[in-house]
Design a protein around this ligand. Structure first.
Ligand SMILES: Nc1ncnc2c1ncn2[C@@H]1O[C@H](COP(=O)(O)OP(=O)(O)OP(=O)(O)O)[C@@H](O)[C@H]1O
Length: 509
């Protein structure tokens, strides 16, 4: 990267505390025009806080932000001042309006203002939206309601919305908070290629990610935070995977190698059987999952992966598909029925579907287990606290205390709390949707170790992940889904990243 290029964004001495938590400790770094700058750090290291300070969501306690030469106090930056200075954001929680259509979302976020008086020129709004969708290769229709789209597609719409009016001359700084977290490999490629194109045209981009391969592929510069402090800003060319991990975690960490010592299903019999959901060469067959088995579910976005998990958890029904759990019919009508039968579900959108932001970490972990702490009509607080404290430690949750509200935890730490909640219940069937999303490189391995320990007790696991390296690494078998049907099964040595990628695309044709 050309160090002669002008500095587009300069962050200087930014500090922010939440009570006793020092989320940012005087962080400084520069981002040059036209570069892709990765902002990295472990869970709770301060990345989101930094972005929220830049966006004017949190007032910093100290520091300055200079955007294209205009100096702003980080202590008093408002959202409108950030916008006027040219900062654009796509936050972890999708920057979209779920109840509006794609066209309406794109229209609201653009400089295109319908000017025909009281009549909104819908045809023009839709035409424009269709063009943006095409440009960003988003598989959606202008009239689709955004809330009905998968989280991945919603993220794509949010990105398109932030980027649609930005051209090389506008000198905006685009900040993306984990834009690829729920995207499949193909979508990640599409997005990274678009970002590269934009940067080559002079667009400045900052992005946060836990996927280090992306950083090595696309970033020009890398800034690493640890415990709220700046570790370093370095050119990507000076880094490899191991060095990056060391910078982020402050120690080396084994790459996810869960496949190497996978626990084989030991018990005989089947925990789960699925009938009526097969197609292609598997049409008419029944799929089963044995105790202790980790079965991966692969497929393109919209192939029905999440839907299958939701059906199993009683959140959706499809009459032609039937399940049996331990030999008993298990087409649950409600989540309560599923939980009572020993099913646990960690959904993809944990903030919306699995967390109670106002409730404490303790309550979030204990909720489905509260009954076990009652003796003679009294809640045994001490026993509950002791157990939750142990889980928080085991799951590497970074929190001020177990009484802290869930909403005060960083995204990755909330994910760990949801995992702790369900794994501690020793479920018979564990459903995981993108379990490593937002979890840092140091915690992934440990989380999979905990899942593996559950499988040793006989828990059967169904896992959806867009990260095919991870899926191949952790799964005993992988089922490939296409249009809601299980169309292929990959076993043994065939369970490998490139094989899965090829098969998914072949099944899609
Ligand atoms: N609103 C808040 N109230 C209290 N503490 C907060 C709040 N927001 C963040 N924190 C704390 O500040 C620290 C930094 O959190 P932040 O969300 O910036 O981390 P992060 O690097 O984005 O993590 P992740 O990778 O998990 O998203 C954490 O200890 C977090 O618990």
């Amino acid at each position: 990267m050309d160090t002669e290029r002008p500095v587009a964004l300069s962050v200087s001495g930014v500090a922010k505390s939440f009570g006793p938590t020092r989320a940012l400790r005087g962080v400084s770094f520069d981002v040059r025009r036209g570069e892709i700058h990765a902002l990295l750090g472990g869970n709770g290291s301060g990345k989101s806080t930094m972005i929220k300070v830049l966006a004017g969501v949190h007032a910093a306690d100290a520091g300055e932000v200079t955007v294209n030469g205009a100096q702003l106090a980080a202590t008093g930056l408002s959202p409108s001042a950030a916008w006027d200075a040219g900062l654009r954001f796509v936050h972890q929680q999708s920057s979209v309006f779920p109840h509006l259509t794609v066209a309406e979302n794109l229209c609201l976020g653009s400089s295109f203002t319908p000017v025909a008086g009281i009549h909104i020129p819908w045809r023009e709004v839709r035409r424009r939206a269709a063009e943006v969708l095409r440009r960003f290769e988003i598989d959606a229709h202008p009239d689709d309601q955004v809330g009905d789209l998968s989280p991945a597609t919603q993220t794509m719409v949010a990105i398109a919305r932030a980027l649609q009016d930005i051209d090389a001359d506008s000198q905006a700084v685009l900040v993306l908070d984990e834009p690829t977290a729920s995207l499949s490999a193909h979508e990640v490629d599409v997005l990274l290629a678009s970002l590269r194109r934009l940067a080559d045209d002079g667009q400045t981009i900052i992005f946060v990610t836990h996927r280090l391969d992306e950083v090595l592929e696309v970033a020009d510069q890398v800034t690493v935070l640890r415990d709220g402090a700046l570790v370093t800003t370095v050119p990507r060319a000076e880094l490899d995977h191991e060095r990056l991990v060391e910078l982020i975690m402050g120690r080396s960490v084994d790459r996810l190698a869960a496949g190497a010592e996978r626990t084989r299903a030991r018990e005989v019999g089947e925990v789960l059987t699925i009938a009526g959901a097969t197609g292609g060469s598997l049409e008419g067959t029944t799929v089963s999952v044995r105790p202790g088995e980790i079965v991966g579910i692969a497929g393109l976005l919209g192939s029905g992966r999440t839907r299958l998990l939701r059906q199993l958890f009683g959140e959706e029904s499809r009459p032609e598909v039937t399940f049996e759990l331990d030999g008993r019919p298990a087409s649950f009508r409600t989540c309560a029925e599923a939980i009572a039968a020993g099913v646990a579900y960690v959904p993809e959108n944990r903030a919306k579907d699995a967390s109670f932001g106002e409730l404490s970490v303790l309550e979030n972990i204990s909720l489905p287990s509260t009954r076990q702490y009652f003796r003679w009509g009294k809640l045994r607080h001490r026993e509950e606290s002791r157990r939750v404290t142990g889980l928080v430690r085991e799951f590497l949750v970074k929190t001020e205390s177990i009484g802290a509200p869930m909403g005060s935890l960083s995204g990755g730490n909330q994910q760990k709390v949801v995992m702790a909640r369900w794994l501690s219940k020793n479920p018979r069937l564990l459903l995981l949707d993108e379990p490593s999303q937002g979890v840092d490189v140091g915690s992934r391995f440990e989380i999979w170790e905990l899942v593996r320990r559950a499988t040793e007790q006989g828990t059967a696991v169904l896992v959806v992940s867009s990260d095919l390296e991870e899926l191949a690494g952790v799964s005993d078998r992988v089922l490939v889904l296409e249009r809601g049907a299980i169309v292929a099964e990959v076993t043994g040595d065939e369970v490998d990243e490139s094989n899965l990628e090829r098969l998914i695309l072949e099944c899609h044709v």
